[in-house]
Design a protein around this ligand. Structure first.
Ligand SMILES: Cc1ncc(COP(=O)(O)O)c(C=O)c1O
Length: 394
């Protein structure tokens, strides 16, 4: 599907629909009158087949306890095989009401209080929360930022593991917010260091479907022909790809039998809910029929990125935009124009935008912003144009 058709069929105004992104601006930002370009969800309706499948359930009218049907496993397993080359087995799969919930479970299940848990910073902020809120010790290895392109400081990564006796590493692949789709070489290097020092790896692959050009997502479990699969715990969902976050359904993949048992034992102590019927229904239909929809979405995101990159290059060339290899989140360094302490005032009070601030993702990222590209071009145009118009020249 092309961009025009996608926008025609799926773009929709979400204001006044209990949308966290649009209708909680006053509470989250202290100003209801902002253009919402923050949290990672989108102004697009789900594929028709998803809506039809949900309607069928609703029309039947019974919402009793349910379970993950065989057809769900089939749909997900086919999707992983076809789109990511990962041959998942049904018995490795578990479910949770969201990836973030699962992150908390993993930290609790696989580490003890005070144990050191590592992240690559800056990264999606619930990673740090999951470590701190569970009484573990947060260890960050700072990514190297070279003119906006981020790479892993492998030496520091290993040093931090050794110095802090790290037990678990929470990996984000593709990486939010720096837009990297880690290469096979990077992934192998990272995982081999984890193997060398017996560090377990949680691989958050929620952004796996949103990659561009030659950048190919490689599930951590199949890096180097699956060499590290026994120490990898994967979590992913149809929620980011198909804009289904409100349906609270994600899946966990654990190949290692002992780890799976450890996980089950922990989860049994905190969670006795079955799966969400509507979440399963929606995700199954999305995996079965959503590929064309996803192509259209990718075109929209890429075209939004192009607009931002071209406009900033022409009118604000000192501003650094990180290349978008994956995710629909654009990471922008405003520091050449604005003092980090003044970014909030500039973005909210002057530009009237609600975005994610760099410091949410890591203490060294103050002065950066994250712009959500999963929206109508008109919103991106407004956001970019407002930034350019008001940017102090330096
Ligand atoms: C890396 C990453 N993990 C998890 C999530 C959220 O997952 P969930 O809504 O399933 O908790 C996001 C949302 O943006 C994300 O970027």
């Amino acid at each position: 599907m092309n961009k025009e058709e996608f926008l025609e069929r799926y773009a929709i105004d979400r204001k006044g629909t209990n949308s966290l992104k649009w209708d909680k601006l006053e509470e989250r930002f202290g100003d209801a009158d902002l253009l919402a370009a923050w949290v990672a969800d989108m102004e697009f309706k789900a594929p028709e087949q998803v809506i039809e499948a949900l309607k069928e359930k609703v029309d039947f009218g019974v919402f009793g306890y349910t379970y993950a049907p065989e057809s769900y496993f089939e749909a997900f397993i086919n999707w992983e095989r076809e789109h990511h080359g990962y041959e998942v087995k049904e018995e490795w799969m578990r479910f949770s009401t969201g990836v973030v919930t699962a992150l908390y479970w993993f930290v609790n299940a696989f580490t003890k209080p005070q144990d050191a848990v590592m992240i690559l910073s800056p990264v999606y902020y619930p990673f740090a929360n999951a470590v701190k809120d569970t009484g573990r010790t947060l260890i960050s290895s700072e990514l190297i930022n070279t003119a906006g392109v981020y790479t892993i400081d492998f030496e520091d990564f290993e040093k931090q593991i050794l110095e802090n006796d790290v037990k678990l590493f929470i990996h984000c692949t593709p990486h939010n917010p720096v837009g990297r789709v880690w290469t096979a070489e990077e992934a192998e290097k990272l995982l081999s260091i984890c193997e060398k020092h017996d560090v377990l790896v949680v691989s958050d692959e929620i952004h796996h479907d949103m990659t561009f050009g030659d950048h190919t997502h490689i599930p951590s479990a199949i890096v180097a022909g699956g060499r590290y699969s026994e120490r990898v715990i994967t979590v992913t969902s149809a929620s980011k790809t198909f804009n289904l976050a409100g349906l609270l359904t994600s899946q966990i993949i654990i190949e290692n039998e002992a780890l799976l048992e450890q996980f089950d034992t922990f989860v049994n102590s905190v969670n006795q809910t079955e799966v969400n019927m509507l979440g399963m229904t929606a995700a199954e239909a999305a995996y079965n029929y959503g590929a064309d929809w996803l192509e259209g979405l990718r075109e929209v995101v890429k075209s939004n990125e192009r607009y931002a990159v071209e406009q900033f290059a022409e009118h604000a060339p000192k501003l650094i935009v990180t290349p978008l290899e994956g995710t629909y989140l654009l990471w922008i360094d405003l520091r050449a124009h604005i003092q980090p302490d003044s970014v909030k005032e500039f973005v909210q009070d002057t530009c009237k935008l609600a975005i994610d601030y760099g410091e949410w993702f890591g203490e060294n990222s103050k002065g950066f912003i994250r712009l959500n590209l999963g929206t109508e071009p008109n919103y991106i145009k407004q956001a970019v144009d407002r930034i350019i118009e008001h940017l102090p020249q330096s």
